[in-house]
Design a binder for this molecule. Sequence first.
Ligand code: ATP
Length: 235
Amino acid sequence: MTKTAMLEVSDLHAFYGESHILHGVSLEVRQGEVVTLLGRNGAGKTTTMRAIMGIVSKRSGSIRFQGKELIGMAQHRIPRLGIGYVPEERGIFSSLNVDENLTLPPVVKEGGMTVEQIYELFPNLKGRGTTQGTRLSGGEQQMLAIARILRTGANLILLDEPTEGLAPVIIEQIGVAVRALKARGFTIVLVEQNFRFASTIADRHYVMEEGHVVDMIPNDQLDRNMDKLHAYLGV
Ligand code: ATP
């Protein structure tokens, strides 16, 4: 797989101060794939994303994106390579309206979607351009958080628990959007607790435990690995 990997993480260690959180994470993501990071609370999924983005700066090992090494690179340069990050806390500006939230993130790379294309992908946001962020539902806020990355031209998108706290009908809408992004050629890494949802959108699943990747399960082998997965996730 290495030859065609878009993102290649090997032996990644990361620290919060003196706390050693990631203990040699290795994973690969190919162009156009949807890959999930599964694992219990505290397994290190968010920290892996934050280390890729350089937000957790104390890290070692290797993170190569389209052949470029991100370890040692200044944090502000990483999004400019075309990596978009949607944090769990969503990161939209509640005091700004939908249009302003969409147009605020700078375009970092050619090939970003237009606001019109984004509204096509997220019909729930269409016609809500002047609605203030605080007046959106949780699901709409999540859609806006994803939408605002699409204008920037990022082609790898890291989504941290996009379904957390959302109703099943909204989760299904997020699933539709993720599948549409995959069809458009985006590459997506998704942190998920909800592996049933993950199984409807992902090609492969990495399972994390205590700062390591302990397993990789192709989506078409998920059913036969269900017992193992339940044990990993404690469900
Ligand atoms: P969750 O679903 O709970 O976010 P996770 O797999 O994403 O789980 P992380 O958030 O990456 O886990 O956390 C991994 C470990 O790092 C946990 O033990 C957590 O307590 C610790 N941790 C997270 N953030 C910090 C921080 N800012 N300072 C110190 N330790 C932290």
